[in-house]
Design a protein around this ligand. Structure first.
Ligand code: CP3
Length: 342
């Protein structure tokens, strides 16, 4: 029997208190990360340098009793490895040379893909070798819809109206891009498991922008195909899906993808999730990342409410979205203490 509480819960066991980790648990809210980050000029180089990526992933574990480490990388290494130009501008977030609407696959391909990502796989295996015996290693990738949204828009966008319009206007060409991403993402995740990842998370951060039919086509169906491919190679690997903002469609996602757990954003009502999701799957979440940053009594109370609401079934404590840079590190410690003391 594994000592890793996260794996126990994903395997259907009950634990006295829920496992806990936080999306973006490594990163700019930690002064030691900001210091380390200076050792590489650009962010992708940082991700592709195993000693730096491994150290960034380990930093939060030295402060907090988290049940898991997550690979330190970014979802946009996949378009980078497919041949698209991707860069990060200080304060402006990610930038990409947008894919053309008439021939979205031009210049993209899998020829150099694994070679390009070799250092990420190396970081996974180093990290696995350095983890305490009770800490699980989570690998991850962006889901095809969310990654395609960045690839088509050329960066972050207020409402991703351009890519949403394109998916309606020329669904066949958009489907070709999604299909390439399904294949690339599955191959990428399989290699992460080969290298030592014990759990996978698929981040569909912009799933909540899709209408019902589009959600099924661009979020559920690609996730289902990725889970199928990953499980064909590694039948026992647990996969967590995060279709952020999916609302009641979380139930379709949980039922339609073959995923082992769903990560809930902070808008999902606890009672509804306990009744409609936790009965069929493991739930992860869903503390508001802004309440974590705010702290105080309201934070303590909400942590208690979440733990209690999900106490009747399998639950992984987490946020509804990643830690924001303005979060005081003590607030993270406070939450971990509250969750881990029975
Ligand atoms: O600790 C961890 O969670 C692991 C590392 C991780 C990063 N990005 C590091 C990062 C993970 C899991 C991601 C996922 C990611 N990246 C998502 C999905 C999750 C989500 O938050 O919705 C998305 C949409 C991205 C794309 C991305 N990367 C954006 C929009 C930005 C800029 C905004 C920002 O927060 O800076 C990034 C940059 C990024 N990814 C940073 C980090 C630590 C900051 C860059 C830096 O430190 O210089």
């Amino acid at each position: 029997m594994t000592e890793k509480k996260l794996l126990q819960v994903l395997d259907g066991a009950r634990t006295e208190t829920p496992p806990v980790w936080m999306m973006r648990q490594a990163g700019r809210y930690l002064p030691e990360y900001r210091e380390l980050r200076r050792r590489a000029e650009n962010f992708l180089d940082f991700c592709y340098t195993p000693p730096l990526a491994v150290e960034a992933a380990l930093q939060p574990l030295r402060r907090y009793d988290f049940s898991a480490a997550i690979l330190f990388s970014d979802i946009l290494v996949v378009p980078d490895a497919l041949g698209q130009r991707v860069w990060f501008e200080e304060g402006a977030g990610p930038k990409l040379d947008p894919v053309g609407r008439s021939d979205p696959l031009a210049g993209l391909g899998l020829d150099n893909f694994h070679q390009h990502l070799g250092n990420v796989y190396e970081a996974v295996s180093w990290l696995r070798a350095r983890l305490p015996a009770d800490v699980a290693l989570i690998g991850f990738a962006g889901a095809p819809w969310t990654v395609a949204a960045y690839m088509a828009e050329g960066g972050s966008s207020r409402d991703y109206a351009d890519v949403r319009g394109w998916a309606y206007n020329d669904s066949e060409k958009f489907q070709a891009l999604i299909d390439l991403l399904v294949e690339a993402t599955a191959a990428y995740l399989i290699r992460q498991v080969d290298a030592g990842a014990e759990v996978l998370q698929l981040f569909d951060s912009w799933a909540g922008l899709l209408s019902e039919a589009q959600f099924r086509r661009w979020s559920v169906d690609p996730a289902r195909r990725i889970v199928e491919a990953v499980k064909a190679a590694h039948p026992h690997i647990p996969v967590i899906g995060f279709p952020r903002g999916a609302g009641v469609l979380y139930a379709d996602y949980a039922g339609g993808t073959g995923i082992d757990a769903v990560s809930l954003d902070a808008s999902v009502p606890l009672g509804w999730a306990a009744e409609h999701l936790q009965s069929q799957t493991v739930v992860q979440g869903n503390l508001d990342n802004l309440l974590l940053a705010a702290g105080g009594e309201a934070l303590d109370e909400e942590v208690g409410r979440i733990v209690e609401a999900f106490a009747g079934g399998p639950h992984i404590f987490n946020l509804g979205h990643g830690i924001i840079p303005a979060t005081p590190p003590e607030h993270v410690g406070r939450v971990v203490d509250l969750v881990t003391r029975a």
